[in-house]
Design a protein around this ligand. Structure first.
Ligand code: IPM
Ligand code: MG
Length: 356
């Protein structure tokens, strides 16, 4: 097949990890006889420097034309002034919003060779295989807000959800659970928040059309604890925008590192944005040591969800598994007895494993 892929490397280590994602996609095209074309565009801090805005019109237009988008990371210390009117994160949030990508899938899979890398005791990790379904274009990220000023030192953010927004993301979670272990955990704060009480009501009614899926609500503070205490019990976690942001950083530790977790952001069509869940990692930028596996695994999700290439997606995931089994590690997942490699070498190894 032919596919047009837009890459948005962004800031910090974004360009380093996206280069490896592209390398792997090119190798997939070669090996399976597809034609992928790539177009690079600006987003985030680098876009602000070049154009004055974090999401230039051209970038958005290129993404709209594309079959899929592979994104690195946005943000960094250079743009961290909280009072600045333009911020790199606006690029990412604007893109999600403009493309209508309301469903963010963040699978947490433990590669067996990384059992010892997680800060959790290895026996706690047996059977960990969950997906967080995070609502991505609503909630407190997008509700009315007021910035504080010198004269008026009061700020607010507002969490708003409509029943329709909850309903469509609930369907995503239940459809997914139906193909998996058939369990949905709705994570909310219904003992305090009105939005969470709406979520419970809407999810209960959506659940009625999926008799083969069981579900339970769980308060977010308890969920943060249970994710560490009994992570293997979770199958699909359905949650609002900000809770999902927080819980997926926590959940990444089950997989050993932030550098291991991919994500897919999807809307009504097939087009999606694929990105590692980690940030721009300013502390290691330019050193060639960043872990590209989250981006490579995001590329696998791109093959699966936007291009419908399930076999190719599995081949990439299997290649990653093989490279880890061979003992190669980037610094963030290294252990005694393993061989530390840099970003580009890790990408090459995945390509080799794909061919072999
Ligand atoms: C993520 C990131 C973003 C978010 C930031 C960079 C705006 O943390 O994708 O998890 O909060 O959604
Ligand atoms: Mg986050």
């Amino acid at each position: 097949m032919t596919a047009q892929i837009v890459t948005l490397p962004g800031d910090g280590i974004g360009p380093e990890v996206v280069a490896e994602g592209v390398k792997v996609l090119r190798a997939v095209a070669d090996r399976f006889g597809h034609r992928f074309t790539f177009e690079e565009a600006l987003i985030g801090g680098c876009a602000i420097e070049a154009t004055g805005t974090a999401l230039p019109e051209e970038t958005l237009a290129a993404c709209r034309r594309a079959d899929a988008v592979l994104l690195g990371a946005v943000g960094g210390p250079r743009w961290s002034d909280p009072t600045a009117p333009v911020r790199p994160e606006q690029g990412l949030l604007g893109l999600r919003r403009e493309l209508g990508l309301y469903a963010n899938l963040r699978p947490v899979r433990l590669y067996p060779d990384l059992r010892e890398v997680s800060p959790l005791r290895p026996e706690r990790l047996d059977g960990v295989d969950l997906v967080v379904v995070r609502e991505l274009t609503g909630g407190i990220y997008f509700g009315p807000r007021q910035e504080a000023t010198e004269e008026r030192p009061t700020a607010y953010d507002t969490m708003v959800y409509t029943a329709e927004e909850v309903e469509r993301i609930a369907h995503v979670a239940f459809r997914l659970a139906r193909q998996r272990r058939g369990r949905v955990t709705l994570v909310d704060k219904a003992n305090v928040l009105a939005t969470s009480r709406l979520w419970r009501r809407v999810v209960a009614s959506v659940a009625a059309s999926y008799p083969e899926v069981s579900w339970e609500p769980m308060l977010v503070d308890a969920a943060a604890m249970h994710l560490l205490r009994r992570p293997a019990d979770f199958d699909v976690i359905l949650t609002a925008n900000m809770f999902g942001d927080i819980l997926t950083d926590e959940a990444s530790m089950l997989a050993g590192s932030m550098g291991m977790l991919p994500s897919a952001s999807l809307g009504e069509g097939r087009r999606g944005v694929y990105e590692p869940i980690h940030g721009s990692a300013p502390d290691i930028v330019g050193q060639g040591v960043a872990n590209p596996l989250a981006t490579i695994l995001s590329a696998a999700m791109l093959l699966r969800h936007s291009l419908g290439l399930e076999r190719e997606a599995q081949a990439v995931e299997a290649a990653v598994e093989r490279v880890l089994a061979q003992g190669y590690r980037t610094a963030d997942i290294a252990e005694p007895g393993t061989q530390i490699v840099g970003t580009a070498r890790m990408g090459d190894l995945v390509v080799e494993a794909l061919a072999g």
